[in-house]
Design a binder for this molecule. Sequence first.
Ligand code: XMP
Length: 574
Amino acid sequence: MDKILILDFGSQTTQLIGRRIRDLGVYTEIIPGDTVLDDAVLSGVADSTLRGIILSGSPESVYTAEGAVPDRKVYSLGLPLLGICYGLQRMTVDNGGVVEPLPKREYGRIGVTIKAPDDENSPSKPSGIRRSFLAGFDKNIRLDTIVEGTSVSNTAQSGTSSLSFTAWMSHGDTLTKLAPGFREYGVSDTGYPAVAANEEKFWFGLQFHPEVTHTERGLEILAAFVFGVCGCKKSWTMEQYVEEIRTSLAARVGSNPVLLLISGGVDSTVAGALLLKTLDPGKVHLMYMDTGLMRKDETKTVKTALEQLGAKHLHIIYCEEEFLGALKGLSEPEAKRKAIGDLFITIQEREVARLGLPDSYFLAQGTLYTDLIESGKGVGKKAHLIKSHHNVGSPLVDAKRKLGRIIEPLDRLYKDEVRRLGRILGIDEEVVRRHPFPGPGLAVRILGEVTKEKCGILREADAIFIEELKTRRARSIAREGSYKQNVSLYDEIWQAFAVLLPIRSVGVAGDARKYGWVLALRAITSADGMTADVYPFPVEDLLEISTRITNTVSDIGRVTYDISSKPPATIEWE
Ligand code: XMP
């Protein structure tokens, strides 16, 4: 399978580069920008599956100590390179050019003009695939045929001798002298080099970010590099992934049993489905803990979904009393998280022992590519830990990992790919489209002490909110760059939930004064949970949803909408 390697120098949008290219049907891997390029990292060079390398952007400058430097080997592999922002500056400085600070940082949308590739002044007329890249992107590449679900079509004009478009930039430095062998092919409206290339070496550099939707033609530019310059074939599909997993699991697991710990979320449910479809279901044990801190009907939905997929050994552990007991009297967020994490481990060990599986069993987890990044376990050195995910590390997991008996069949996938895979495997749509849910569940959405009564109130209010989002169309939000139409609010929003505040406020019920709990609604858009924007609801939606909640859940007297983005807030309240 063809692959593009991305050297991550710490840009906020490095992940987006990887995802955009995968959406084009080509597999990508991200590694820290200064990784030593040894034989293991370059395993795809020998068999020509590694077809090109992208050098990402960075918040740093190339001339400071903080600016990471790639292994020089990257410049002698003979592979096509694409430098994006810092990546272009890195290629320039590392090869004899000069980069200097701009008098004023450039940020936002800036026009770019690509010079005619067949410009008579060109010392060496580019031809073929290089020309197609510089021409602004191969006219033969029809985006709607290669990007699933996209109705955007390629609008490149045949015979255009130069091309202008709007690009997204964010840089404080600029190229002041190109490296030998490089030529400027594009310039920004502000007069700085925007595209440079060393055609002989198949090295291209962009001062702007093609991976960001604000860059017109950005996807075409990436497609032109990946298909036109690198010659990749479209071979990254979920169907092929299932086949690969089937072969690799069969070789690793043999006839040993596999135990998967299911949380009820999309990831572990898809991991369960994948195991059931690729291994003998008689060997697959699925364990799920109902902590009493789940969303409404969550256990029932997960159970039905897994049984429909052919689960034979589904172990549901009902432990609500134990969890509520452990949380009694605790109101500090960290103390609550710790109590829950510790109890998870205790119950997990107890119940796994009770199953009596042979020592040779494998432990499976629904870890995603982004979980590995968030927990700092491998990819994306600069990315930071958001929350301590209890499901990535526990003594049981650590012990199995030491023995080489951990299976993480989703660890090369992004969340949206997991959803696609879930659909292919036949998982119920209600489960596949579910918003993320934190491991500690409702406990971090009930501020202060958690009680059974509060769990009940929040569960009902949250279910109403979610049901309303599923039935309402996204009516007045014509977001830039959005080509989705007629989607529900639920599908347009990345994560939505209700939070029960530890406050009661005055209200009226009939003629009487009444104290009711205050509920906060949270709805955000996000790419991966690392940053988040508030969903800009039309006010009628909020008014109607609030009315239905207070009419139905009598303990709630007041509803508010959380209008904080992340940062500075986090998505969850605790
Ligand atoms: P924050 O609140 O850190 O959340 O902005 C980012 C994303 O992570 C989810 N989250 C968790 N997921 N265990 C999890 O598996 C946790 O302890 C946890 N805490 C937060 C949160 O719902 C959001 O999607």
